[in-house]
Design a protein. Structure first.
Length: 88
């Protein structure tokens, strides 16, 4: 992947992060905000991947995998929290 393509991808990921930040701040409900936060972490994982490939730094792929696993566990925990909250 050429460096210019990598920079373009990083720019698009940054734009998506700004839009997700807007949803976090303006989200009408808590689940909307959590989904936007989940999107932000997904964008960070994608950014790590693009950076790793563009700059030939495979260590960032390890960071991306760990962050994705932690995000998944957090999302499942939050879904369970919402489920328990609805039962009350």
């Amino acid at each position: 992947m050429s460096e210019s393509v990598g920079l373009a991808l990083l720019g698009l990921l940054g734009l998506a992060a700004l839009l997700a930040t807007w949803r976090i701040l303006r989200g009408p409900s808590l689940p909307d905000r959590v989904v936007a936060l989940d999107l932000m972490t997904t964008l960070v994982v994608a950014t790590c991947g693009v950076y790793a490939v563009t700059h030939d730094q495979p260590a960032f792929l390890d960071v991306a995998v760990v962050m994705a696993i932690i995000t998944f566990v957090g999302t499942v925990a939050f879904a369970r929290f919402l489920e328990e909250r609805q039962k009350r």
